[in-house]
Design a protein around this ligand. Structure first.
Ligand SMILES: C=C(O[C@@H]1C=C(C(=O)O)C=C[C@H]1O)C(=O)O
Length: 334
């Protein structure tokens, strides 16, 4: 299942509902809370320096779409997939409201019958700032999320692929994709400690996510899809190449290449030939605006010419990370 990326529709424009959609996530300069518009989900994320550098990420639907809101969690689903989103306003401590929002989202998935999340995105304002107790906001967020996963009694290896990244406004926004289908496979990277196993030097609870998730194809869409989590210059559990932007770009891309190598996919039982050539879209998060041109230039040597690529000047989950890259892939061969 691939998103359709389109230049941001002018706010005044009549939403293009020419084709069925679960929803539209607008990567733009200012945020809105999630909502239902024309029967599908809409959410504006504060991720771009200006609306002109943003874009609309549209998640297509097959067949009839049902949408609504339950306990502050907005959703839209077809028979295979649900897109959900929620917003947590700025708090001087996030663990409890993040726990509540995640917990309500899990309850909605169970109620609607889409138990398996295969991708999540979390935009976290002031991610490297401290809460009122001096705990980094990201670590506070991870604590609340982990408590929500605990409540679901989900084995940590079932946590989906995810991105946890800075936002350009205060607050926490998350959206997720879940399926009613079987066969989702989480993929881990042999050169990285699984995030859910990080030592406690990184916070009171480890981040709950997989390095990637594989969603098998369906009758309508032959190819399976790999959703690669935000990936940075981390080996084992340690940040590496501190202060070296170019080396962080190379290590991040080498991590992704190893993650979707034939050997690693075989080990996880994921069919198809992937590799970096299989990248269909990629979001690139760059801490310093001034680094964007160099990152764009460096990635030119990795990303396929036909891939959709978007760059966002936002903070990253660890203050020593300068760049982070995620991707969505479909096989380039059997
Ligand atoms: C870059 C890393 O983590 C980031 C944070 C994530 C989260 O907390 O959900 C997921 C992937 C990345 O966006 C990492 O730990 O390797």
């Amino acid at each position: 299942m691939l998103p359709v990326w389109k230049p941001a529709e002018p706010a005044s424009a009549t939403p293009n509902t020419a084709y069925r959609r679960l929803g539209m996530i607008r990567y733009t300069a200012t945020a809105t809370a999630p909502r239902i518009e024309n029967g599908s989900l809409a959410l504006d994320l504060p991720m771009s320096a200006s609306p002109a550098t943003g874009f609309d990420e549209i998640w297509p639907a097959t067949g009839e779409v049902e949408s609504g809101e339950l306990g502050g969690v907005y959703y839209a689903h077809d028979k295979n997939t649900v897109l959900c989103a929620a917003y947590v306003p700025y708090q001087d401590e996030y663990r409890r409201p993040v726990f509540n929002a995640y917990s309500r989202a899990f309850d909605v998935l169970e109620q609607l019958g889409y138990p398996t999340i295969f991708r999540m995105w979390n935009s976290i304002g002031e991610i490297n700032g401290n809460n009122h107790q001096g705990l980094e906001v990201y670590r506070d967020f991870c604590l609340g999320r982990a408590l929500a996963f605990d409540e679901q009694a989900l084995d940590v290896t079932q946590a989906p692929a995810a991105t946890g990244i800075g936002a350009r406004e205060r607050g926490v926004w998350f959206y997720l994709l879940a399926t009613s289908r079987q066969g989702v496979t989480n993929i881990e990277n042999p050169v990285q400690i699984s995030a859910y196993s990080y030592p406690d030097r990184y916070g009171p609870r480890a981040p709950q996510f997989a390095r990637a998730s594989f969603l098998p194809g369906s009758a309508q869409e032959e190819a399976g899809t790999i959703y690669v989590s935000g990936t940075a210059s981390i080996r084992g559990h340690q940040s590496v190449n501190i202060g070296d932007l170019e080396a962080q770009v190379h290590t991040s891309m080498e991590n992704i290449a190893g993650l979707v190598s034939p050997e690693n996919l075989l080990k996880h039982g994921v069919p198809g030939t992937f590799g970096l050539a299989a990248i269909r879209s990629s979001k690139v998060y760059v801490r310093h605006d001034a680094d964007l041109p160099k990152v764009r230039d460096l990635l030119g040597g990795y990303l396929p010419a036909g891939a959709d690529v978007a760059y966002f000047p936002v903070d990253i989950c660890r203050s020593d990370l300068l760049v982070e890259i995620e991707a969505i892939m479909q096989p380039v061969g059997p």
